[in-house]
Design a protein around this ligand. Structure first.
Ligand SMILES: *[C@@H]1O[C@H](CO)[C@@H](O)[C@H](O)[C@H]1NC(C)=O
Ligand SMILES: *[C@@H]1O[C@H](CO)[C@@H](O)[C@H](O)[C@H]1NC(C)=O
Ligand SMILES: *[C@@H]1O[C@H](CO)[C@@H](O)[C@H](O)[C@H]1NC(C)=O
Length: 703
């Protein structure tokens, strides 16, 4: 697009001119920001050594093969990733006459381990003389040194280690600490993170931490702050170290990361975001300053003239034809900026352009809250060595006006989802609220919805057993995160296969938080949304919701159970199945097979016999347990994640589906009054369902 339009170069020129003026007026400041890491765009800006790579939009310092946990590749691995060019750390060489650079860097790390792994070894932020990595730097050496180079002053590195393994010989405090290291893995100063309520390799995994490393070249003070991602920078640093970097580093040094795993202790060492700003003020003399100001003024004058010329051109073009009007929106090009923890705000014009004015052909799906379109964004990413244009595919959810009450609902949704970060949730890229129009921008998921894949016939079945299993592991993990991550529990409310999206590698991402509300007191009433009746989709709604009208973590678990059965059986929840001269719903059919001791017959025929019997048995029983008519009997997400990971045995499921009773005998709800329980067979329960008017969401892709 950009290449076809000669005017697309104008914003780039303006940015360049601004940069020039900026250089002339200000100190020698360099900075870079990676909001996430994308293979093709960022590989040239980084140097990779050892076992490192980019995968799933993150720096993977050691191999990322979570589905192949004990593969040899993950053991005894080490890797380094450094920014491709060095920075100057001080100015002036002669004796005491030097000035140290100051820098601030922020990065987000995720150290992942499965429940049954013991984490090891650790990750480090690093300033080093080059990008190379010593041989045999695995295990305790963190990709920093090895048995022969450790402690050598010729190493010239300074590092902050995030260590998940206690090494007694080098006096590590524990299995969970950070340390300040110079030329060695033996920390000069270390502090345990337990007292800060931080676990580097948490269980359950999926917790990201934001780290700030600030260095002041004047006071020579280095400070390290760390907190769960999404929170503000804490007031107090975890580590404080006064250090003259000139004594240890080379004048030109590189920033980056290193990490290692051991044997048997392993972990995944990921960096998700990184930004850095370094300020190496030259020791200017006054005449130099005058020269600079003069240069700055010249540049500014040229720039102003240039802008006038450009505006003139645009004005003329605007008058010439309406088509050129569209092209004038090229001026919306912006510099990609990362504000930690916050998706960015888009201009309506940008999104309109990205989706070709919300063109019908780009429609991905339609849901209760609005329509989802595919879009393409051209991001001008300002790097140190010029401006590169990145093409990013997005999904834009455009809220229909009458389906939400307005700004308050929208902002309520935004405040929740902008805090939610999990690899199995669809990532929110940004939002827009302009002229009463509400839009959310998400990552585009190339493989569409899980529902779409389940509906395919056997010839084009894309979901083999391993994929199906991994998809469910992902959904369980996302649900566990939603229910437990914050002091405010988040209830999804609409778990179903059309809301589970698949990325390029068929990893599941839970989408559509349109119905999510933080579970605060009674605020989680379905009616609050003003939709009338029960939202959610027929077949996925837990029986108690018809009475309470409220979504709860238990009703989410019910929806999850239906999804599990759907994925294993390859049948939708509404399918009617003939079995022994009876017509059953999917859940009742599986329950009957379970009673008859033939539960594996429920597995999707499309898979023929290509599935792991043990795993299928575990999932089917789990699906039934989650579909328990009585909410308090359903497993919690913690148990669910343990069952899918195999650390807990499959749940016990009674041979006959228990009756649904209301009010539930096991909860003490005095406000509901009548305690006469309404017992119903599953058949009459089905009648109850159809007797209530449901807002039926048409099958659609909703992000
Ligand atoms: C890892 O290294 C240790 C000691 O250096 C060695 O005993 C072990 O066999 C190695 N494991 C693998 C998988 O290479
Ligand atoms: C800024 O620093 C870089 C090295 O980091 C150096 O090459 C460049 O000349 C400096 N620019 C100014 C204006 O001092
Ligand atoms: C440590 O690394 C250096 C540089 O890669 C290498 O020459 C040396 O052999 C390594 N030492 C050990 C014990 O592996």
């Amino acid at each position: 697009m950009a290449a076809q339009n000669p005017y697309s170069i104008i914003p780039l020129l303006i940015i360049m001119l601004f940069n020039l003026a900026h250089l002339a007026f200000t100190d020698n400041m360099s900075s870079f920001t990676f909001e996430r890491f994308v293979d093709d765009d960022h590989e040239k800006l980084l140097s990779f050594r050892g076992d490192s790579s980019i995968y799933l939009e993150a720096l993977q310092l050691t191999p990322e093969t979570p589905n192949d946990a004990h593969s040899w590749k993950q053991k005894n691995a080490s890797g380094r990733i450094m920014y491709h060019k060095p920075f100057r750390f001080w100015i002036g060489d002669g004796g005491d006459e030097y000035r140290l650079a100051s820098f601030n860097t922020t990065f987000v790390i995720n150290i992942y381990r499965e429940r049954d792994w013991e984490a090891g070894s650790g990750l480090a932020f690093l300033i080093a003389p080059n990008a190379s990595i010593p041989e045999a730097s695995y295990g305790q050496y963190l990709g920093l040194t090895n048995a022969s180079t450790d402690g050598n002053t010729a190493n010239h590195f300074v590092a902050i280690e995030f260590d998940t393994e206690k090494q007694d010989d080098i006096e590590d405090p524990d299995h969970n600490h950070i340390g300040f290291n110079i030329n060695s893995i033996r920390s000069k100063n270390a502090t345990s993170l337990d007292k800060y309520n931080i676990t580097l390799s948490p269980d359950p995994p999926g917790v990201n931490y934001t780290v700030w490393v600030d260095y002041n070249g004047t006071s020579k003070l280095m400070q390290v702050y760390m907190v769960k991602e999404g929170n503000q920078k804490p007031g107090e640093p975890l580590l404080n170290e006064t250090i003259d970097l000139k004594e240890y580093l080379k004048k030109e040094s590189y920033f980056g990361f290193a990490a290692s795993t051991g044997d048997p202790r392993i972990e995944l060492n990921c960096v998700l975001k990184w930004s850095l700003q370094i300020n190496n003020q030259p020791d200017e003399k006054n005449d130099e300053k005058w020269w600079k100001i003069a240069a700055g003024v010249c540049v500014s004058v040229v720039m102003i003239i240039f802008i006038f010329v450009v505006c003139g051109v645009v004005f003329v073009r605007k008058r010439r034809s309406k088509a050129s009007l569209e092209e004038a929106t090229e001026f919306d090009t912006y510099i990609l900026k990362w504000l930690p923890g916050m998706p960015r705000e888009f201009k309506y014009k940008e999104l309109k352009k990205a989706t070709s004015n919300f063109h019908e052909s780009l429609k991905l799906g339609e849901g209760g809250f609005g329509i989802v379109y595919k879009g393409v964004l051209l991001l001008n990413d300002k790097a140190d060595d010029g401006t590169t244009t990145t093409i990013t595919e997005i999904a834009v959810k455009k809220f229909s006006r009458d389906s939400i009450r307005g700004k308050d609902d929208f902002l309520a949704e935004l405040t929740i989802i902008h805090h939610l970060r999990h690899k199995n949730l669809v990532r929110l890229v940004g939002w827009c609220y302009e002229k009463g129009k509400l839009l959310l921008v998400y990552d585009f998921m190339p493989n569409g919805s899980l529902e779409k894949h389940l509906q395919k016939g056997p010839e084009q079945d894309t979901l083999n057993w391993n994929r199906r299993y991994r998809i469910l592991v992902g959904v369980a993990s996302a649900l566990h995160y939603l229910h437990n991550e914050y002091d405010k529990k988040v209830v999804h409310r609409d778990i179903k296969t059309s809301n589970i999206l698949l990325d390029a590698d068929f990893n599941s991402r839970l989408g559509d938080f349109g119905l999510a509300r933080a579970l605060e007191n009674e605020k989680n009433s379905y009616n609050e949304l003003g939709l009338g009746g029960v939202p959610g989709t027929m077949g996925y709604v837990a029986p108690e919701c018809f009475h309470t009208g409220r979504a709860t973590p238990e009703s989410d678990v019910f929806g999850f159970g239906v999804v599990v059965l759907e994925v294993v059986c390859g049948k939708g929840p509404g399918t009617k199945i003939h079995h022994n001269q009876h017509l059953y719903s999917m859940v009742d059919w599986v329950w009957t097979l379970h009673r008859e001791g033939r539960i594996l017959e429920a597995v999707d025929e499309n898979l023929s016999n290509d599935f792991v019997h043990d795993e299928a048995n575990r999932l089917l029983l789990l699906g039934l347990a989650c579909s328990h008519p009585i909410d308090s009997e359903r497993p919690k997400t913690e148990t669910i994640t343990q069952i899918v990971s195999g650390t807990l045995p499959p749940p016990h499921v009674p041979p006959i589906k228990p009756a649904f009773t209301w009010p539930s005998m096991s909860t003490t709800d005095s406000t509901t009054g009548s305690l006469s329980s309404m017992t119903s067979s599953s058949r009459s329960y089905a009648r109850t369902q159809s007797g209530i008017k449901l807002r039926r969401t048409t099958s659609s892709l909703r992000v």
